[in-house]
Design a protein around this ligand. Structure first.
Ligand code: GTP
Ligand code: MG
Length: 439
């Protein structure tokens, strides 16, 4: 494989820039590129970089002997001053010794091909770089650290064991000896595996649908102060507030950052009987949104608190908070409410924030096992799950064991694709091309 190089830091003015070089023979170029002799691998050398004998920059260099490197190949890194002119001079120097510019993700691809990491780990590296929240980063890290992979290997091993059993049965069947008791045991083993696998697959979500911020919806009767509360929580006037009932018609969303979590907060149209077509449409949206929310904040005031039971019924089992608003105009503290606030005077909002934070982050920690993976993995897992179901039912129906063996093998192959044991070049190309340059 050719020697590749890439700028690993952003192509922008900065304190330092880092270049990576990897590939067989790259270390042979060190004497030509640097002014001093570099002897020890993994040693941080301060030296001068040269391009066809001309001074490029004062730099630091570390080199690695394969396989003890990120890519598994001989490689080195150059730390130069982070000026754009310096960067282009370094590039010239590399071009001058015949190095080639790396494709996106080429370093990780080589690391994968040289067994330095699995495919799912390589993908996690890329996802870690693009993670935009701490939570996202920590879930990707679980994959990167290999926890995810060892689970996949564990399931693969169990699939293999089952296949050995089934194939054993098939051989016996050839001899007209059917061990029905084994079949039963096999059936329950498959069911157990299937249940455990589903729960593992359930703990994996892809970047797209995973990590959804919890949705919190402010709902309730008209004019109770929903939009006022929405604005107060966000500390800005995002939603229109007026004394006219039926002010809010569309659903308005905004992000709310609390101490432990970030959530999507929605303000909805007050729910009531109305002849107004547009308001009615807004109310329908509210109904739909209520169902989709992780938590509903129901806001009432003195005038509307009679409708609490109607709303509680509407929500069914859904998690909610009952808020009594406008405490600035009344001293009443009717029973049955969780919190008393004044959206207008910003009173009681701290307690509301804290309650939201606690309630929603508790739910989160239960899902802590979630691995943030690629959609590709999620799709594979769902295929494996349905095949496992299929296997269960064919065993129950006493169908041919050949089909069972075939499906077990298919499951095994599918899992192999996750970690990259069986992967087409095309898929590899697709995966690594989405990486950033220098990774
Ligand atoms: N005194 C007092 N008035 C409030 C408070 N919160 C809201 N209001 C008033 O109640 C009226 C309705 O407020 P909104 O926030 O528009 O109520 P809403 O629930 O969004 O109403 P719709 O969108 O029409 O369903 C406005 O006149 C607000 O100024 C409060 O805490 N105290
Ligand atoms: Mg409103």
């Amino acid at each position: 494989m050719s020697v590749i190089y890439a700028l690993a830091t952003p192509p922008a003015q900065s304190a330092i820039c880092v270049f990576r070089v990897s590939g067989k023979g790259c270390l042979d170029a060190l004497p030509e590129l640097f002014n001093s002799q570099l002897v020890e691998p993994r040693y941080f050398y301060k030296t001068e970089m040269l391009s066809k004998g001309d001074f490029v920059d004062s730099v630091a260099v570390v080199f690695f002997k394969g396989p003890k490197s990120f890519t598994g190949e001989d490689s080195f890194e150059v730390y130069a001053h982070g000026g754009l002119a310096v960067m282009s001079k370094v590039v010239e120097a590399f071009d001058g010794v015949g190095f080639e510019e790396a494709e996106p993700g080429e370093f990780s691809k080589r690391a994968f091909l040289n067994n330095k990491m699995s495919l799912s780990q390589a993908e996690a590296v890329s996802d870690l770089i693009s993670a935009s929240s701490k939570e996202e980063a920590s879930k990707v890290s679980l994959v990167l650290r290999g926890d995810f992979e060892s689970k996949v290997f564990d399931f693969s091993g169990r699939l293999d064991a089952l296949r050995v059993l089934v194939e054993g049965e098939i051989d016996f069947t050839d001899e007209d000896e059917v061990f029905v008791q084994n079949l039963e045991e096999l059936g329950s083993d498959v069911s157990r595996l299937s249940v455990e696998f589903s729960s593992f697959a359930g703990a994996c979500s892809s970047t797209k649908d995973g990590l959804n911020k919890p949705r919190v919806l402010i709902a309730g009767p008209p004019n109770s102060g929903k939009s006022s509360l929405f604005n107060a929580l966000l500390s800005r006037d995002r939603s229109i507030v007026s004394s006219i009932a039926g002010t809010t018609r569309d659903l308005i969303d905004s992000e709310l950052v609390l101490q432990n979590i970030v959530l999507t907060l929605g303000d909805s149209a007050g729910v009531r009987n109305t002849d107004d077509l547009i308001e009615g449409a807004g109310i329908n949206i509210s109904f739909g949104e209520i169902k989709k929310s992780d938590l509903v904040i129901l806001v009432f005031d003195e005038e509307t608190r009679g409708s609490v039971s109607f709303f509680k019924e509407l929500l069914d089992e859904q998690e909610h908070l009952l808020i009594y608003n406008k405490i600035d105009v009344s001293d009443k503290r009717p029973s049955g409410f969780d919190l008393f606030v004044s959206a207008k005077e910003m009173d009681g909002l701290g307690a509301l924030r804290k309650t939201l934070d606690e309630r929603l982050s508790v739910g989160k920690s239960e899902k802590d096992l979630t691995y943030l993976v690629r959609e590709r993995h999620v799709n594979i897992f769902s295929e494996v799950s349905s095949r496992l179901d299929l296997i269960s039912s064919s065993i129950k129906a006493n169908e041919s064991l050949d089909v069972v063996a075939e499906n077990l093998k298919a499951c095994r192959d599918l899992l192999a694709e996750v970690v990259g044991i069986k992967t087409s070049d095309e898929l590899l190309g697709e995966i690594f091309s989405s990486f950033c340059i220098g990774k």
